[in-house]
Design a protein around this ligand. Structure first.
Ligand SMILES: C[S@@+](CC[C@H](N)C(=O)[O-])C[C@H]1O[C@@H](n2cnc3c(N)ncnc32)[C@H](O)[C@@H]1O
Length: 287
């Protein structure tokens, strides 16, 4: 069972059927949130198979950085770069490092229809020594103006769209590259598990209007009755020996005391039962 509209489900299926599993990107210490966001979105647009990343500072790919595009891209943090390169090469991938160097070829000379890992370098230092060591191809995007380099996300877009052109010409977007069981598993995640998780998260943060209103009502009752007790205690000090006033005062004191205990009890019980009732409410919606 899926929890999305048929139209959205078809879109998800289409993405997975055209996913270029054998075209991958590695962000080698790219750190600017703006660049990360732009790179992830282009990878999503070209439908690359996987995005690898590592950072000097702790940066996690999240919604604020990628505007949600990372949800649709398989991504993985690289801990051990040597191990990573050995592993990807053993799977038959060519490593194409983007560089501003003499010892490079024009990026259009590479055959991107082969299993390819494109490596993008850091905004200041470029690609790491290790990436250069494992490069099968070092590519450059020709520069004819005053600037020495492109923004890294722009370089990524230029190269990915060349890869997309070559792959589309070869009909590589016409037949699925992902195994059917991975397509099924991913569909279940996107169209069921992630939706449940999102709704539960929302429910935990956003109280149901009825629960909030009752909570506010009983909390105000509690405050009013406290004020009532204070008022009648002050009144007692100034009370005359008049019998009627004394009877009224006693009656109101007892009334406010009960009202106080009752509203305090309801406020506390609503607070404690808040989370579980919200989760139940949200599960009902999904059923
Ligand atoms: C701003 S550049 C880094 C400049 C750095 N000073 C250097 O010498 O590599 C950031 C990254 O964008 C990519 N890049 C930018 N312009 C490029 C170009 N003309 N050709 C190839 N890659 C480029 C490379 O991945 C580079 O590591």
């Amino acid at each position: 069972m899926y929890l999305v509209s048929e139209e959205r489900l078809n879109k998800m299926k289409q993405i997975l059927k055209t996913r270029q599993d054998t075209l991958r990107v590695f962000m080698d210490y790219v750190y600017s949130p703006h660049n990360l966001s732009a790179i992830v979105r282009t990878c999503d647009a070209v439908n690359v198979g996987k995005l690898y990343y590592r950072h000097q500072k702790k940066v996690k790919l999240n919604n604020e950085i990628t505007m949600g595009a990372h949800k649709w891209i398989f991504h993985e943090y690289v801990d051990d770069i040597e191990k990573f390169y050995k592993n990807i090469k053993s799977q038959g991938y060519q490593v194409v490092v983007t560089l501003l160097d003499e010892d490079t070829v024009d990026f259009r000379e590479v055959d991107y229809t082969k299993p390819t890992l494109i490596v993008l370098g850091n905004e200041v230092d470029g690609a790491s020594e290790t990436s250069i060591k494992y490069a099968d191809k070092k590519v450059i995007i020709p520069m004819y103006g005053m600037s020495q380099s492109l923004n890294v996300s722009v370089a990524n877009a230029v190269i990915l769209y060349e890869a997309q052109r070559q792959r589309a010409n070869k009909g590589m977007y016409d037949k699925p590259q992902l195994p059917p069981e991975i397509i099924e598993k991913t569909l279940k995640k996107w169209a069921y598990d992630d939706i449940i998780e999102k709704e539960l998260k929302r429910a935990r943060h956003k109280p149901h209007w009825l629960s909030s209103s009752l909570h506010a009502f009983f909390a105000s009752c509690f405050c009013i009755s406290i004020l009532g007790i204070c008022f009648f205690t002050t009144f007692e000090e100034q009370a005359t020996k008049n019998k009627t006033i004394k009877i009224h005062k006693k009656f109101f004191n007892i009334y406010f005391l009960f009202f106080n205990i009752f509203s305090l009890f309801l406020t506390l019980s609503l607070s404690f039962s808040k989370n579980s009732s919200k989760v139940k409410f949200c599960c009902n919606i999904l059923e």
